[in-house]
Design a protein around this ligand. Structure first.
Ligand code: SF4
Length: 197
């Protein structure tokens, strides 16, 4: 089932950095603040979790609180994202523009886009941790970030880690090997598709 798969690292490796960060922080802190929950919950909905699966996933992840607290403080909003409460609006997963431009993360927040919201040192460390090791590639990505080309940096990161480093495909230079990333769910789908081919 999909809930089981989300907890498995082989699926998480297809997540873009924004969602990998939320996933790691959720595991570490056993909690995410409001906008982090919305960003991650809608992404999970987009990859195919049902509302029941999402509730189980979040309940298991928030392992420091009681069932009662979970039901009172969190379950409503999780169902709300799935259009099961309030005005029953069926919310769509957030795209990159909205993650980059809206709701700037403050202290203790984990939502947002690492390319836009991390300090350069933190971004560099995260890039290295997630598999980007060559200096020339790191420089290329950080230059794009300095120029505020966050989605192109994300696309380059995808191409380098998934198309170039493990294969003999030549760097296309200006030519992109994949569509420019404009949505975290599209990143996930393209990554999964590549793994299957
Ligand atoms: Fe996520 Fe989009 Fe930022 Fe990539 S560019 S990390 S998909 S928000």
């Amino acid at each position: 089932n999909v809930t089981g798969k989300v907890t498995a690292d082989n699926l998480v490796e297809h997540f873009p950095l924004c969602m990998q960060h939320l996933h790691r922080k959720l595991r570490e802190l056993r909690h995410l603040k409001h906008f982090g929950r919305i960003q991650y919950n809608l992404f999970l909905k987009g990859i195919g979790l049902s509302v029941e699966e999402a509730l189980i996933f979040w309940r298991k992840s928030f392992s420091n609180i009681t069932d009662d607290t979970f039901q009172k403080e969190y379950a409503y909003n999780i169902r709300h994202n799935f259009g099961m409460e309030g005005k029953r609006h069926d919310y769509t997963p957030l795209n990159c523009m909205s993650i980059i431009m809206n709701k700037q993360p403050g202290p203790g927040d984990q939502h947002g886009c690492p390319f836009k919201h991390f300090s350069e040192d933190n971004l560099k460390a995260f890039l290295v941790q997630t598999g980007l090791r060559k200096d020339e590639y790191l420089k290329e990505i950080l230059d794009l970030v300095r120029g505020r080309h966050y989605q192109i940096a994300c696309t380059k990161y995808f191409e380098i880690t998934k198309c170039l480093e493990d294969s003999n495909i030549k760097d296309g230079g200006e030519k992109h090997l994949i569509e420019t990333i404009t949505h975290p769910n599209n990143y996930f789908e393209q990554s999964l598709k590549l793994a299957k081919t």
